[in-house]
Design a protein around this ligand. Structure first.
Ligand SMILES: Nc1nc2c(ncn2[C@@H]2O[C@H](COP(=O)(O)OP(=O)(O)OP(=O)(O)O)[C@@H](O)[C@H]2O)c(=O)[nH]1
Ligand SMILES: [Mg+2]
Length: 405
């Protein structure tokens, strides 16, 4: 399962976002460093379900279908907050970054309303700087990656004493534990031109340059501009979008998403996460406070930003940043079902460039070992084995044992 890590300065709303995504109840407060240990949960993002296009009634097994939207599970990790100087031990330090390093993609939450100061304490909205916060936290991350590599440099040197071992593979031995791939190491060495420099000659500057590349290549990152319900957030959002590019900054109001999901659970409204509207079930049953809150949500978020942005942030992180395609394996190519008759039972997230054989490997080693070929179930055509899976493909795998996925 894809893992999404939530990082950012303390008090930016990471746990609120985590609770909104997972519907858990992790502690939230307006004091810095509320979260002391990482929270882990399951969240769902939505993609248009193939049941609509194929006009079939589906019975999802590993995901959920609501009104033609497929909700796909991801693991979400909420981390304790950071502040500038964390790598020197300020705040809670950086020891939890080992957990962040296990994520496939990062949501970096900033307080777009500028309501926290440099130390992460609540201040007058607009006084804080989300851009400066972002850079402070990124600096801590890069320092952590650099320190981690320097601490392991002796291991790399020892491995390199064996002339058969390349620098790439020696570094891979060290970095694979924090989800860095071999091609990423190759790319980072090439980009920094360190593939031409003997490891013996690497100094602080070289370690840092390489670690910086590794941080960005191995952990694609989306900026979550949170607290967009506050008026001053708009100006800061513009600054963030100009700096990082519009598609890498998502305006979000985590607190509003959490409020809506809880109100939906309590039966007060109908709302599907990611929707651009919500409807009150029975206005006469709302307390004045609830009424005020829903009016705030409507005017401050939906009228202005169309949506809370929580679902969009997850979808963008997984599908765009990680370049995943949603693929539906089915055993019966005509009924689009598994052997029990469940229609469009499962979805798999496959990285761009994956082939049907890669899909077989993800499903079961038996399927992979006995793989013969795959069929595009919608057209009924046999696919070449080097076919690159596309988003929303419905695939039947044919094996030597006549067993199908
Ligand atoms: N206005 C507004 N406030 C929010 C939003 N999201 C979170 N907050 C508030 O921001 C404060 C901090 O929220 P948390 O979720 O505890 O923040 P955190 O980043 O997890 O903080 P630490 O765990 O202490 O690092 C709380 O007072 C939240 O109610 C939002 O979308 N809008
Ligand atoms: Mg927290």
């Amino acid at each position: 399962m894809v893992r999404v890590g939530i990082i950012g300065k303390t008090n930016t709303g990471k746990t609120t976002l985590f609770n909104a995504i997972t519907m858990m109840n992790a502690e939230v407060s307006n004091y810095p460093f509320t979260t002391k240990d990482p929270n882990v949960g399951i969240g769902y993002f939505k993609a248009p379900c193939m049941c609509k296009e194929l006009s079939v009634k589906d019975n999802p097994q590993n995901s959920i279908c609501i009104d033609g939207w497929r909700f796909i599970p991801v693991e979400v990790i909420d981390l304790p907050g950071l502040i500038k100087g964390a790598s020197e031990g300020l705040g809670l330090g950086t020891r939890f970054l080992t957990v962040a390093a296990q994520a496939d993609v990062i949501l970096h939450v900033v307080d777009a309303s500028g309501s926290i100061n440099a130390r992460g304490e609540i201040c007058e909205p607009g006084m804080g700087s989300p851009l400066a916060d972002y850079y402070d936290i990124e600096e801590e991350l890069i320092k952590w990656y650099t320190k981690n590599l320097i601490e392991n440099a002796d291991k790399v040197r020892r491995a390199l004493q064996n002339k058969a071992v390349t620098l790439h593979s020696a570094l891979y031995e060290i970095l694979s534990g924090i989800k860095v791939t071999y091609p990423q190491i190759k790319e980072a060495l090439a980009k920094t031109k360190l593939d031409n420099v003997s490891f013996e000659d690497w100094e602080e500057e070289e370690f840092r340059a390489f670690s910086t590349e590794i941080r960005y290549l191995s952990k694609p990152t989306l900026v979550v501009a949170n607290k967009m319900d506050m008026p001053v957030a708009e100006k800061n959002l513009r600054g963030l979008a100009e700096t990082f590019g519009k598609s890498f900054v998502i305006p979000v109001s985590a607190e509003v998403e959490l409020l809506l999901r809880r109100a939906e659970k309590a039966g007060a409204i109908s709302y599907t996460p990611g929707d651009e509207k919500f409807t009150v079930r029975d206005a006469s049953k709302l307390t004045p406070r609830q009424k005020w809150a829903l009016e705030y949500v409507q005017s401050r978020v939906f009228d202005k930003w169309l949506r809370t942005g929580v679902d969009l942030a997850l979808t963008t992180a997984v599908l765009k940043l990680l370049r995943m395609n949603v693929v539906y394996p089915v055993e019966d190519a005509k009924k689009y079902s598994d052997r029990k008759g469940n229609v469009l039972p499962d979805v798999y997230l496959m990285p761009q460039g994956s082939t049907p054989r890669d899909l077989a490997r993800q499903i079961h080693s038996d399927l992979y070992e006995n793989f013969l070929y795959a069929i595009d179930s919608v057209s009924g055509l046999r696919l070449p084995n080097d076919y690159e899976l596309r988003d929303r493909d419905v695939i039947t795998i044919v094996t030597t044992r006549k067993r199908r996925a």
